[in-house]
Structures are given as C-alpha cells and as structure tokens.
Design a protein around this ligand. Structure first.
Ligand code: SF4
Length: 79
C-alpha cells in the first residue's frame, strides 16, 4: 500500500452532523464512489474525496450505499 502524508481525507459535516470521510490510507482510487454518487464524491489526483460544498448530503441512504460499495472500505459515515 502506498502511504500518503498530508491528509487528503476530507471530513465534512452534514446538516444533521453526519460526517462523511474518505480514508486516504485505504482509498486506491477505484472511482466506484463517483460512479455511484457523483453529486457527493469526486476523484482528486487519483483518489476519492468528498466534493466541497456537498457536506450536507440530502440522501444519507445513498451515501451509505456508496460507502458499502467502496472496495477498500475507505468511506465512513458517522455522527
Ligand atoms: S470507491 Fe473507495 S477506493 Fe474507490 S475512489 Fe472511492 S473511496 Fe477510493
């Protein structure tokens, strides 16, 4: 696994304090999250991230579905 410093993970707070994060140590840039939910996720420099301004996910179920579909389990939703 390639380790990356600097913390690319974006941790954002949703309207109901739901925190969506992408662990840069686990993500390998498959792009599945973007395929599943392009309104929330993007790929930056080859790795998944949460789009700026999309911290208030309107559809938590779809965010959780994207998290469950992440092949490296890099996405977490908490709060
Ligand atoms: S689905 Fe998971 S591994 Fe793939 S880009 Fe998104 S966060 Fe990274």
């Amino acid at each position: 696994m390639v380790r990356r410093g600097g913390g690319r993970a974006l941790t954002l707070l949703g309207g109901t304090c739901r925190k969506i994060s992408v662990d840069p140590e686990r993500c390998y840039g498959s792009g599945d999250c973007v395929y599943r939910l392009p309104s929330v996720f993007t790929v930056v420099d080859g790795f998944g991230a949460v789009l700026p301004g999309r911290e208030e996910a309107e559809d938590e179920a779809r965010v959780r579905e994207a998290a469950e579909g992440c092949p490296s389990r890099a996405i977490s939703v908490s709060g």
